[in-house]
Design a protein around this ligand. Structure first.
Ligand code: CA
Length: 133
């Protein structure tokens, strides 16, 4: 049950952060927006929701530590203990595949090419290094 709560918290944060919602409670209209996003079956919306879930600190970059966390969270919520044992290795493989230019993180434009122009300059932050260690 604890695992489901953690997964739900991660999903809530992924839906709340882009909307600037910082409280733990929602207004009726906000709840409707959450529901519409969760039930939207379009690939783009699902990918956006997934990206926001993986990008735990909301900085627009996905670090290896964040990839490992979402693997652990998904495996835990689905009771896949063997996957939990290999989360770090899977995260490393995903980073090797998607991390361009060996920056230490996956850039958002890999998932959303049209946002590249609007994105700020991408830097390796102390936070992303912390998550890798
Ligand atoms: Ca991040």
């Amino acid at each position: 049950m604890r695992e489901s709560k953690e997964f739900a918290n991660q999903l809530f944060n992924a839906l709340a952060r882009p909307r600037g919602i910082t409280s733990a409670s929602l207004l009726k209209d906000e709840l409707r927006e959450f529901w519409e996003q969760i039930t939207d079956e379009s690939f783009d919306v699902r990918l956006e929701t997934f990206f926001d879930m993986v990008d735990i600190d909301g900085d627009g970059q996905i670090t290896e530590g964040e990839v490992k966390e979402i693997i652990l969270l998904s495996a835990s919520a689905n009771k896949l203990s063997k996957i939990q044992n290999y989360a770090k290795e899977y995260a490393t493989l995903i980073m090797e595949e998607l991390e361009a230019e060996n920056l230490g993180y996956i850039q958002v434009y890999i998932f959303f090419p049209t946002t590249a122009i609007e994105s700020p300059p991408l830097l390796v932050t102390p936070r992303s290094i912390e998550l890798l260690t």
